[in-house]
Design a protein around this ligand. Structure first.
Ligand code: GDP
Ligand code: ZN
Length: 345
C-alpha cells in the first residue's frame, strides 16, 4: 500500500456537501469519501443520536459557558470514525489528475469545536470547526492603537486553555511608541512567550514571522486596526481577502460562510480564516482552569492554605504571596481577577 503511487497524504482545506479539497504535494485534489467511510460515519451519527437521547444533561457543566473549546486528544485513544473536518490529515487514492477518494483519516492532534446553531440547554450538538490547529498569532500595535496589555492577557489565557502555542506580534514598530511598551513586552518574553516586533511598512520581522508559521496551522487574532490583514498580505499578497480578514468599507471581502477554511502558505504552513478567529474569540475558560492559564501561577497551584482558594483575596494564598515577593506581576494578577470575576471571561 505504502508504495502505491496512487495513494497520497494531504490536508483538507475546505469541504461542503461531501466534497473536500485536499492539499497534497501533487497539488489540490477534489475528493469524496470512500463508500466504507461514509457508511461508518452514518452509523456513528445514529449511535451518537441514540446515546444522546438517553443521557441526562450534566448539571455540573454549565453548557452555556462552554460553547467553544479545543479537545486535546491522545492519538492512541482517537475514536474513529470521526466526521471529516477542515484541517484533517487524510490518505487518499487519486482517481485522475484532479479528483480522488479519501480512504483514511489520520489521527487528530486537536479539534476546535463549536456548538451547533440548533443546540439547546438539554441537547448540545457540536461540530468540529477546525482540526489540528496548533498556533495563534496575537497581534497588537506598538502604537495607533496603543496596545492594551489586559487584552493580551485575555488572549494568552484563551490560547493556554486551548493548548495553542502563542506568538505575540507587536506590529507598527516603525511608529514612534512609548518606551514603557518595550519593558512590558520584555516581561512577556520572560514568561516564555515569543515576542516578535514587526512592521508592514519596513518589512521588519516579516521574514521571521513567515519562518515561524512554516510547520504550523496558525490563526491570527487581535483587535481591529493593529495590522492583521496588512501582515497577512505582507506574508502572501492577496491572502487577507481570501482569509476574510479584510473588513473593507464595502464588506465585500468578508466571508459569509460558517465553515472554516485553511489556506496554504507558499513557504509552508497553513492559515485559518476568520471563522476560526471568531470561534476562538468566543472561547470561555472554565473558572477552575483560569489560574493555570496564567503560566507564572502554575508553580504555586496547590500551595495555598485553602484547597479551594481562587487566588483573589484569600488568606494564605501562595499566588498573592508570590506577588508580594515580586515574583508575579501585580498587573498580571489584576488581569486574572478581572477575568475570574467575569468582567472579561
Ligand atoms: P486589521 O484591522 O488588524 O486587519 O488592520 P489593517 O491591516 O487593516 O491595518 C490598519 C491600519 O494600520 C491600516 O491603515 C494600515 O495601513 C496600517 N498599518 C498596518 N501595519 C502597519 C505598520 O506596520 N506600520 C504602520 N505605520 N501602519 C500599519
Ligand atoms: Zn490562592
Amino acid at each position: 500500500m505504502i508504495d502505491d503511487p496512487a495513494i497520497l497524504t494531504g490536508t483538507v482545506l475546505s469541504g461542503a456537501h461531501g466534497i473536500f479539497d485536499v492539499y497534497t504535494e501533487d497539488g489540490i485534489v477534489r475528493c469524496t469519501l470512500r463508500g466504507k467511510l461514509k457508511k461508518a460515519f452514518a452509523q456513528a451519527q445514529s449511535a451518537k443520536a441514540a446515546s444522546k437521547s438517553r443521557s441526562r444533561p450534566d448539571k455540573s457543566q454549565p453548557t452555556s459557558s462552554r460553547t467553544e473549546r479545543i479537545e486535546k486528544r491522545d492519538s492512541s485513544e482517537n475514536p474513529l470514525p470521526i466526521r471529516l473536518s477542515v484541517g484533517d490529515h487524510v490518505k487518499l487514492r487519486r482517481l485522475d489528475a484532479s479528483t480522488g477518494l479519501i480512504e483514511e483519516i489520520l489521527p487528530r492532534q486537536s479539534a476546535l469545536v463549536r456548538k451547533d446553531a440548533g443546540s439547546t440547554a438539554k441537547k448540545v450538538m457540536q461540530q468540529t470547526l477546525l482540526a489540528n490547529l496548533d498556533q495563534v498569532v496575537i497581534v497588537l500595535a506598538a502604537a495607533q492603537p496603543e496596545p492594551h496589555f489586559g487584552l493580551l492577557d485575555r488572549y494568552l489565557a484563551i490560547s493556554e486553555s486551548a493548548r495553542l502555542q502563542v506568538l505575540i506580534c507587536l506590529n507598527k514598530v516603525d511608529l514612534p511608541h512609548n518606551i514603557h511598551i518595550e519593558e512590558l513586552a520584555a516581561a512577556y518574553s520572560k514568561l516564555g512567550y515569543r515576542v516578535l516586533w514587526t512592521s508592514t511598512q519596513t518589512n521588519q520581522g516579516v521574514e521571521e514571522l513567515r519562518s515561524l508559521l512554516k510547520e504550523h496551522t496558525s490563526l491570527f487574532s487581535g483587535p481591529s486596526g493593529v495590522g492583521k490583514s496588512s501582515l497577512v498580505n505582507a506574508l502572501e499578497p492577496g491572502m487577507a481577502i481570501r482569509t476574510g480578514m479584510v473588513s473593507d468599507v464595502t464588506g465585500k471581502g468578508k466571508h459569509t460562510t460558517t465553515g472554516s477554511q485553511l489556506y496554504p502558505l507558499s513557504e509552508g504552513g497553513w492559515l485559518a480564516d476568520s471563522a476560526g478567529i471568531r470561534a476562538l474569540a468566543a472561547w470561555n475558560i472554565p473558572a477552575e482552569e483560569l489560574a493555570w492559564c496564567f503560566v507564572e501561577f502554575r508553580p504555586y497551584l496547590g500551595e495555598c492554605f485553602y484547597s479551594d482558594c481562587v487566588h483573589v483575596d484569600e488568606e494564605g494564598c501562595a499566588i498573592l504571596q508570590a506577588m508580594q515577593d515580586g515574583v508575579i506581576e501585580e498587573r498580571r494578577h489584576r488581569s486574572y481577577v478581572r477575568m475570574y470575576t467575569g468582567e472579561e471571561r
